[in-house]
Design a binder for this molecule. Structure first.
Ligand SMILES: [Fe+2]
Length: 227
């Protein structure tokens, strides 16, 4: 176990700064709703940084899909947000890659994992915002899920994905999912995809997002804690 505070860990602080800047510079495409979400994420990151929170690195774990991480990072560096990739790379050996499922669907075992950067469960402790990354292998199909009480955005850092067959998102694109919006993600067959995600909502709703979740039997959607 390694407990420290944000100001003692410049790599983590720079990464939060880069995430803040990403949410400042991304164009909202004229959407008031998305602009407001971006502001909420920025304000939450800013308050988190000012609080100089604890950093808890209790577990470091890989998953099979992390064999694709180097390729995803290399590909992401050729785009305008390369500084986010670069700062992410500096902490990438201290991440806890997780599935989040109680029972992992066989088809996803080698093709998906997520790692949290900031949130109630750390590594950077915050009850204001959850930030993390999700990594998909080429050809991954990520099942339908929704997040009750949580507004979510994905920013594509590398590769390309589609959500609900409604458009293709490449590096620099943002996907916005209002609370309870059901979404399913498909990934390019050629390259892995790395997405940054941010969740904002009431503190109780953020805390409620368990690390372990399972599929609902009746409609095969995932519980809200899925990424
Ligand atoms: Fe999601």
């Amino acid at each position: 176990m390694n407990n420290n505070h944000l100001n003692d860990c410049p790599d983590w602080r720079y990464l939060l700064m880069e995430c803040y800047e990403l949410y400042r510079h991304l164009d909202s495409g004229g959407s008031d709703l998305i602009r407001s979400h971006q502001r909420k994420v920025r304000e939450a990151i800013s308050r988190t940084m000012k609080a100089n929170p604890e950093i808890t690195i209790d577990n470091i774990a890989d998953k099979p899909v992390t064999k694709h991480l180097k390729r995803a990072l290399d590909e992401g560096k050729i785009h305008s947000h390369f500084s986010v990739i670069r700062s992410f790379e500096s902490i990438s050996d201290r991440l806890n890659w997780q599935y989040g499922y109680e029972k992992m669907p066989r088809a996803l075992e080698n093709k998906y994992a997520y790692a949290e950067i900031c949130g109630p469960h750390g590594p950077v402790i915050s009850d204001e915002v959850i930030l993390g990354v999700v990594l998909f292998a080429p050809g991954c199909v990520y099942p339908s899920h929704a997040h009750d009480g949580i507004t979510e955005s994905y920013i594509c850092l590398s590769g390309s994905v589609s959500e609900n067959h409604q458009g293709v998102y490449s590096p620099g694109s943002m996907i916005f999912n209002p609370p309870s919006h059901t979404h399913r993600i498909t990934v390019s067959r050629l390259e892995p995809a790395l997405l940054l995600y941010a969740w904002v909502g009431e503190q109780d709703n953020l805390k409620k997002q368990e690390m372990v979740f399972s599929r609902k039997k009746q409609d095969k959607k995932l519980k809200p804690s899925d990424k």
